[in-house]
Design a protein around this ligand. Structure first.
Ligand SMILES: Cc1cc2nc3c(=O)[nH]c(=O)nc-3n(C[C@H](O)[C@H](O)[C@H](O)COP(=O)(O)OP(=O)(O)OC[C@H]3O[C@@H](n4cnc5c(N)ncnc54)[C@H](O)[C@@H]3O)c2cc1C
Length: 383
């Protein structure tokens, strides 16, 4: 076993933030990031938004600042040898580690028969989509999740005709529920999208279709090494996997969330970054390990609207509002029993920041108080 070498597998926000977290916590040894991506770590949330809208935007504009680490791009890890404390690259090279962190993210779920379509995850996918948007043709999208919705909005901004095919009754249904999902549907229809919900028949497979039907975790490495996985690499609230010296963070994990008292898999940028940072800290200083207490938090920009969501898609039986549903801005609380399990902020980013603070610090507050516009959330958040 090599002394003091931390190997991070992955090249997304979780990997990048983990390197920063480890350094900040005092990791002075070697730090190597091995990423299958041929680009240095970047923010892929741009790929369905500004990168599509602004033909002149170059990837360097959304590449993360250099980490204090050796970054090896185009370097896929093929196996994890737990006993030997080594990772094995695709070319057979082995690299010994003292500790390893898996931040392998997720990959788009593919629709059988549509393997050649455009699945938006990496820069080359977005380049293919950009080429499509350069031509005056109708853009067809399967799936009205956040990727499908954002691509539809960007395509409309570029002046293209757009059809979206969604098998569920509303867009973003699993996260937002039917009431708010129908608002998103209206938003797209008002902007001229031919949004077809509840569809049973899809367009014929072809290369220039866009498919956004969710992601699945990249857990193959972990599974092959015998780590516990169940819809993601299972980690505890500190980011530890079932094997010694092996940690995991970001979209590839299902982590125990003390905030939600549930094991959650999250596919959100902020969470991947914050989770990565915390786990990086924990593996560098196991003696001062801290649980990941933050709520999963997500934003999406569509046209001139910003929707933020706090939560992990847990079931709820009541929807309560701060402000009026359908106004230009409001907040909706998904409530189960007397507990808030999800929050949707429609053009209410600042309010969401206060609510997030209140919930993450577990400050005593009732749903009635949260919904009452007279309640000073800023004062409450100060505790
Ligand atoms: C188009 C798009 C738009 C998005 N928009 C938003 C948004 O608006 N808001 C939001 O909150 N979230 C958004 N997301 C989600 C967000 O980008 C992800 O949650 C985040 O990137 C996850 O970070 P991660 O580091 O866990 O994984 P990833 O970003 O998936 O990175 C994983 C990395 O690991 C590498 N890797 C995988 N396997 C191996 C291996 N065996 N060896 C070496 N390297 C490997 C991959 O190449 C990749 O670079 C968006 C995602 C996409 C694709």
């Amino acid at each position: 076993m090599t002394e003091n070498r931390l190997v991070i597998v992955g090249g997304g926000p979780a990997a990048h933030a983990a390197a920063g977290g480890a350094r900040q916590a005092g990791w002075t040894g070697e730090l190597v990031i091995l990423s299958a991506d041929r680009y240095p770590p970047y923010d892929r949330t741009y790929l369905s938004k500004r990168y599509l809208r602004e033909p002149d935007l170059v990837p360097e504009r959304f590449t993360f600042p250099a980490a204090e680490a050796e970054v090896r791009t185009g370097t896929a890890v093929a196996a994890l040898h737990l006993e030997q404390h080594q990772v094995e690259l695709e070319n057979g090279e082995r690299i010994a580690y003292d500790r390893v962190l898996l931040a392998t993210g997720g990959r788009p779920r593919t629709l059988p028969g549509y393997e050649d379509a455009i699945y938006l995850r990496w820069i080359p996918d977005a380049d293919r989509l950009r080429e499509l948007l350069d031509e005056p043709r109708r853009i067809e999208i399967i799936g009205a999740g956040f990727i499908g919705c954002e691509v539809a909005a960007a395509a409309r901004d570029r002046g293209r005709e757009v059809t979206v095919y969604e098998s569920l009754p509303q867009p973003l249904l699993r996260m937002l529920g039917p009431v708010l999902g129908s608002l998103v549907a209206n938003l797209h229809r008002e902007h001229g999208v031919d949004l077809r919900t509840g569809v049973e028949e899809l367009p014929e497979p072809r290369r220039n279709l866009v498919v956004g039907v969710g992601t699945e975790p990249n857990q193959d490495l972990a599974l092959a090494a015998g780590l516990d996985c169940e819809g993601g690499i299972l980690v505890n609230e500190h980011g530890r996997t079932s094997a010694p010296d092996v940690y995991a963070a970001g979209d590839c994990t299902r982590f125990w969330s003390p905030a939600l008292e549930f094991p959650v898999r999250v596919e959100h940028f902020q969470t991947a970054q914050r989770h990565g940072r915390q786990v990086g800290h924990n593996l560098a200083r196991p003696e001062a390990t801290q649980p990941f207490l933050q709520w999963p938090w997500f934003w999406t920009d569509q046209y001139d609207q910003e929707i933020q969501y706090l939560g992990a898609g847990l079931t709820w039986d009541d929807l309560r509002f701060r402000g009026e549903l359908g106004d230009s801005s409001f907040v909706a609380f998904q409530v189960q029993g007397d507990r808030v399990v999800g929050v949707v902020a429609w053009n209410e980013g600042r309010t969401m920041t206060q609510i997030r603070r209140i919930l993450e610090r577990r400050l005593p507050v009732t749903v009635d108080q949260l919904c009452d516009p007279a309640t000073d959330l800023r004062a409450l958040a100060r505790g």
